[in-house]
Structure formats: C-alpha cells, structure tokens
Write a protein that binds this ligand. Sequence first.
Ligand code: SF4
Ligand code: SF4
Length: 191
Amino acid sequence: MGARVVTVKRHENLGLAERTYLPAILKGLATTSRHFFHNLGGWLSGKRTAFVVQYPEERVDFPDAFRGMPVLVALDDGLPKCVACGLCEFACPTDCITIIPGELPARGIERYPEAFQIDMSRCMFCGLCEEACPEEAIVMSREIELASYDRDSMLYQKAELLVPANLLKRRLEFIRAEYDRQPAPRSRNAE
Ligand code: SF4
Ligand code: SF4
C-alpha cells in the first residue's frame, strides 16, 4: 500500500510581519490565554472544564486498543492457558520472553510453561507476542504502573503475569475483531 503524501504549501517570500514571528507569537498567546481563562472560569465555578484526571485516586479507562504490560491468561483452575509453544518468545523483537516448557502428567497436560518470564525493562509493548500466540494465552493488559528502583524487580515471573480470563474479556474481544479470529478453544479441563 502506497503512503499518503501530503503537500504542504510554504510561502517562499515572507512579509516583514511574518519575518518578525510576531503574528504567530500573538496567535499562540491568544490560544493559551483562551484555554487558561476557560479553565480558570471552570475552576472558580466548580465545574471541570478540561481533561484532568486526579491520579492516583482516579484512573483513566483506556480504550480497548491500548497496549499495556503483556500478561498471561489464566484458566478457571488457575493454570496458564499457554501451551509453551514458544511462538511469542520467537516473535518478541527484544528477546524479553523466556519460557521453560514442562508437563503435568497428573493433570493430563503434555505441555505447559513450567517457567514463563518477561523482562519488562526490555518490553516495548509492541503486542507482537499477543499477535503470534495461537492460544490467546498472552494479551496486552491495561497495566502501566511498572516503576521500580532496580532492574531485578522488572523480571516478571509466571505467578505475577497470570490474570484471570474474565478480567481480560474486553481485550480478548478486541483482538478477535482486530485479527479477524474466532475465539480460541479453551484448553484442557476449563471448558
Ligand atoms: S509486547 Fe513486544 S516486546 Fe513486549 S514481550 Fe510482547 S513481543 Fe516482546
Ligand atoms: S503465550 Fe502463546 S505463543 Fe507464547 S508460548 Fe504460550 S501458547 Fe505459545
């Protein structure tokens, strides 16, 4: 698909006023003042006039397309939906996913992630892991509060990554529509 080209008309010969930048400066000041007095009026009258979120008491309800920290979908029995196929690990451009596969013979599970680690200090929230996963087992959440004082605590282990599927419903529905997918069959005994 060809890129859309926008041709910008530029004045070759600037007038004296334009060369002083004064009209542009005054226009900018007028816009800033208009917003300032509009918001001041709102504040004085007790009405909220601008998009202000009183964080952390209030949180933004991010749109479904928002990509926060990648998380693992947990089935009803608490086990990861992941089958440790390694596709997300392969797709990740920053190599921040590490999976150690294992099996749970007692539960009749041939393959599951014994360990699943994501280095959030390297993750760039691109969503390629989510796109590559054939099981809808890793999805982009709305979690963005990942600040830390040291790099070691940015290594998220499987237990910290697991999120119940019902809490990820909006994102799961969004990616099904986005990737034109049918819902992935729910693995194992959680159907
Ligand atoms: S969001 Fe991108 S960088 Fe982060 S784990 Fe997934 S593929 Fe890797
Ligand atoms: S999260 Fe998905 S792509 Fe990654 S190993 Fe598990 S099943 Fe495979």
